[in-house]
Design a binder for this molecule. Structure first.
Ligand code: ZN
Length: 88
């Protein structure tokens, strides 16, 4: 019997719009009148990719890996979070 050597993960993310932040999607600043509210930069695209990778690895989600109670993740770029997850 042949076994599969790959894993699949599904990720999704939701943040509220706010006028107090810039909109960042996929690590890119998007010109728009509102941004997304969150502890980090609230990049829903990168958060979804992180959660898909974590799910495929059988690990806890991004909120568990980088809790919003930890000040070291305040306003952090989600590119950094993705890099950390990709290296684990
Ligand atoms: Zn998020």
């Amino acid at each position: 019997m042949k076994t599969c050597n790959y894993r699949i993960g599904i990720g999704y993310d939701i943040h509220k719009f706010t006028v107090k932040r810039k909109l960042i999607l996929g690590g890119v600043k998007i010109p728009f009148s509102k941004g997304l509210d969150g502890h980090s930069d609230a990049d829903v695209l990168l958060h979804s990719i992180c959660d898909a990778m974590l799910g495929a690895a059988g690990m806890e989600d991004i909120g568990h890996q980088f809790p919003n109670t930890d000040l070291k993740y305040k306003n952090i770029s989600s590119l950094i979070l993705l890099k950390i997850i990709g290296n684990n």
